[in-house]
Design a protein around this ligand. Structure first.
Ligand code: ADP
Ligand code: MG
Length: 410
């Protein structure tokens, strides 16, 4: 039994290893290659099942099947469903039809849970996946139960062995998957905070130095503009220069925002005041772009935070949302609510949306798709939420709209 068990463990790790070694760093977490190797893993599990001592066999085919169904949903698990039945057909013997029916039910039900599953925390996911695996064996066992009616003690061992094997197998696989997931995430976080660190040091030293000459130039140009001997054309040139200076100055201020915080104003509150404040400030801007701001507020939790920073962060998000609806107009919906010791601020627009690649680049310094953009707004949003120990979830569909969800622990 031990030998076959070990071989099966190897089959199960196989797709995970391939993933770790070859595709971990690529953006698409659920590559076709993972699906392909999961198919192989499942077929191997079917061809070389674990032989229990009582002469019965358990095979772990439903482990790769369930893992892909839960993490990937219908699309990813479909090839496994097909291959499972084709291979089962060629293995032949009794129960081909039953197996087909059972796998069909499994295929229809389990991926249904995928969305919910992916929203759970890592621990819950481990428990959920293991329970599904155990439930699956139990259903299977209940089918073979009547075969063993006369030999209850054999059945008992069979049941214990197969449940243990499956549960351990599943636990093992899901724990590995979760560990990989969290490693990828913490590495991303690390790279991101490293970037912020560098930027904040650089900006602190440079932005200050640049601001003074900008202000001086601005002053002299203003003086020059007052001169009577200038032709209208020359005055227009000065206006252009002043506009551009203004722009340079706003970029520098954006930069300064991350360097040392300029004025810290710590308060304790539920964010209501800030949501109202920013909503009022942005109203004229929204009106000119035919955007309606809709706010819903139901949070009662309190948090210590720097008011200036939070307002800046909201301002940037509102601004981006409105800018995304520039052409069409639309609704900017703000929703603030609480969930298990977390304050959730949700900012949704019905604008141009983003592709997966664009979402990946959010928060990179200077990443902007706008003609006049600085690409610093989102960077600031990320750094502020980071300093509140929070998280940002982005959901977006090209052409449909974007929802930013700030999850801030209390
Ligand atoms: P900027 O607004 O100056 O371009 P940001 O850092 O604020 O810089 O945003 C970076 C980029 O992220 C934008 O240029 C845009 O492409 C994208 N983006 C941000 N928010 C949204 C949104 N709500 N809808 C669509 N795209 C967005
Ligand atoms: Mg912006």
């Amino acid at each position: 039994m031990l030998e076959t068990l070990l071989i099966n463990a190897l089959f199960l790790i196989f797709p995970i290893m391939i993933y770790l070694i070859f595709i971990e760093d690529h953006k698409n977490q659920f590559n076709h290659i993972v699906v392909f190797f999961s198919v192989i893993s499942m077929v191997l599990c079917m061809l070389f099942p674990v032989k229990l001592e009582v002469g019965y066999i358990v095979d772990l085919r439903y482990i790769p099947f369930a893992v892909l169904a839960l993490y990937g949903g219908y699309k990813k698990v479909f090839p496994l469903y097909i291959v499972l039945n084709v291979v089962r057909f060629f293995i032949g013997g009794d129960g081909v039809i039953e197996s087909f029916l059972y796998s069909t039910v499994f295929f229809l039900i389990v991926p249904l849970l995928s969305k919910k599953f992916n929203r759970m925390g890592p621990k819950q996911r481990v428990v959920a996946a293991t329970s599904i695996a155990v439930l699956n064996v139990c259903i299977y066992l209940s089918q073979v139960f009547y075969l063993y009616k006369g030999k209850l003690h054999i059945f008992r061992w069979l049941a214990i062995d197969s449940i243990l094997t499956t549960a351990t197998g599943m636990l093992f696989v899901v724990l590995l998957c979760e560990k990989i997931r969290s490693n990828i995430e913490s590495r991303k976080m690390y790279v991101h905070s490293e970037k912020l660190e560098v930027l904040s040091e650089l900006s602190a030293s440079i932005a200050h130095e640049i601001r003074n000459p900008l202000t001086v130039t601005n002053g002299f140009l203003q003086l020059l503009k007052g001169s009577k001997s200038l032709s209208p054309e020359e005055k227009a040139y000065i206006d252009y220069s002043l506009d551009e200076l203004q722009r340079a100055e706003s970029i520098v201020s954006d930069f300064l925002a991350y360097s040392k915080p300029q004025s810290i104003h710590m308060v304790t509150g539920d964010f209501k005041e800030d949501i109202e404040y920013v909503g009022n400030i942005m109203k004229p801007y929204a009106n000119t772009h035919r955007v309606k701001i809709q706010t819903r507020f139901s949070n009662t939790l309190q948090k210590d935070y720097d008011q200036n920073q939070l307002r800046q962060c909201l301002l940037n998000l509102y601004k981006n949302g409105i800018e995304a609806m520039k052409e069409t107009g639309g609704i900017l919906s703000i929703d603030v609510f609480e969930r298990k010791k977390q304050i959730i601020i949700q900012i949704g627009d019905t604008g141009i949306g983003m592709t997966e690649e664009e979402i990946e680049q959010l928060g990179d310094p200077y990443y902007s798709t706008k003609k006049e953009g600085t690409g610093l707004g989102m960077l600031m949003v990320y750094s502020i939420v980071h300093s509140l120990k929070g998280k940002i979830d982005v959901k977006s569909k090209k052409g449909k709209g974007t929802t930013f969800r700030l999850i801030i622990p209390v």
